[in-house]
Design a protein around this ligand. Structure first.
Ligand SMILES: *Cc1c(COP(=O)(O)O)cnc(C)c1O
Length: 396
């Protein structure tokens, strides 16, 4: 029995066959440069337009508000650097949160070294910002607020509509990194008063290396990628046609299936959470429960356990999870997200993120529930941290 149980859908997904099928002709037959004038390129122009329309429809935007990028990180960089550059005469203050993806955090850190002031809002034990903190952080120099829609480690869904409505009244621009949200929970830029939104194909069964930035009509933003006149003079480089086509197809499928699929995944997630909390003592679920958590996200801390060791043990049993964000793995620093949630370094080190997706089955969850308690028990028996914990508890 060699099982392969992939539970890292938040890191990336496979590309759906229906998506790949629609992409393939744009590598081989319909390869014309959309900027060229001959009729040979008409197909590619049409394909890009169709993808733009599909993305716009999925988030309730207008097609002219969608700009293609080379993924989520570029969309985040562009939104933040582009606004800071365009509004530098108005102010230099950005507000974000302590739990953003590195694409946002490190962009903000870079800007801090270059004359910007950044406020990193704290979060509560479940990862939610407090809207009062946001209100108090605003100064007359605040030009942009960037708050992620859904957290990639612990799944927390922020009160985006409440934040957006407040900021629209204040006339302060609102960007949200919705890379984990799009295709998984309903996203409506009009209803939620969002000005800029980042998304990426490979988080909802599209290809990697392609994403989009939604920029609300009328917003002044400087370019990030300078060069030719593609994307209505806002983002240079010959269009990644096949990627763009795949992005459009994937978002259309994900949105059409969202209600049913998110319910299915949610139920499996609940089974996994309940099962782990029941079977493994001294375990903490990081992030909220219920529908303010991404349907497919689980994240646990096991006292006395070292996260990397746990991942290797799980790998031996054919279970593929992560210790948090893919970018942080390989480094020994505990996750900035878990620290912001108030975990101490030791507990943050013993964390495991299992994220569910389209191919996750009840059998796979049963398998994890059989294997994981056994691994934790064995590792704890060897762990000095665990021994110390028991002593402190007075159970030894
Ligand atoms: C994956 C991810 C990104 C980065 O997207 P890429 O396409 O890998 O550049 C940004 N933000 C969040 C929340 C993500 O989960």
């Amino acid at each position: 029995m060699s099982k392969k149980v992939y539970l890292d859908y938040a890191a990336t997904t496979y590309t759906r066959p229906e998506v790949l099928e629609e992409m393939l002709p744009y590598f081989t037959e319909q390869f014309g440069n959309p900027s060229s004038l001959y009729t040979f390129s008409e197909d590619t122009k049409k394909a890009i337009l169709k993808a733009r329309e599909r993305i716009a429809k999925a988030i309730n935007a207008d097609k002219d508000e969608i700009y293609f990028t080379a993924g989520g990180s570029e969309a985040d960089n562009w939104a933040i650097k582009g606004i800071v550059s365009a509004l530098r005469n108005k102010g230099n203050h950005i507000i974000t949160t302590a739990i953003e993806h590195h694409a946002v955090i490190n962009t903000c850190k870079y800007l801090e070294r270059n004359g910007c002031e950044v406020t990193y809002l704290p979060v509560d034990a479940e990862g939610f910002i407090n809207i009062e903190d946001l209100k108090n952080a605003i100064t007359d120099k605040t030009i942009l607020v960037s708050i992620m829609f859904a957290n990639n480690e612990v799944g927390t869904l922020q009160p985006i509509k409440e934040i957006g409505t407040f900021l629209r009244e204040k006339k302060i621009l609102f960007h949200t990194d919705a890379v984990q949200a799009v295709g998984h929970v309903p996203v409506d830029v009009k209803d939620m008063n969002i000005d800029l939104l980042s998304l990426a194909g490979h988080k909802f069964y599209g290809p990697k290396g392609v994403g989009a930035l939604y920029i609300r009509k009328g917003i002044r933003i400087d370019n990030l990628i300078h060069g030719g006149g593609q994307e209505r003079n806002k983002r240079a480089s010959t269009e990644n046609i096949s990627g763009i086509v795949g992005l459009g197809k994937a978002i259309e499928l994900a949105t059409a299936e969202l209600a049913e699929e998110s319910k299915r995944v949610y139920d499996l997630r609940e089974k996994l959470i309940d099962g782990i909390l029941e079977r493994i003592p001294y375990t903490k679920l990081n992030g909220p429960r219920g529908n303010k958590r991404l349907p497919g996200n689980t994240d646990f801390s096991f006292i006395g356990i070292e996260g990397e060791t746990l991942l290797l043990d799980l790998d031996d049993e054919g279970i593929y999870g992560s210790t948090g964000s893919a970018c942080a793995s390989g480094s020994l620093d505990p996750s900035h997200v878990l620290l912001a949630l108030g975990l101490n370094h030791e507990t943050a080190h013993g964390s495991l993120r299992l994220t569910l997706g389209a191919k996750t089955t009840e059998d796979e969850i049963d398998y994890v529930l059989e294997v994981l308690p056994r691994i934790i028990k064995r590792r704890r028996e060897m762990s000095p941290l665990w021994e110390q914990f028991l002593k402190e508890k007075g159970e030894n």
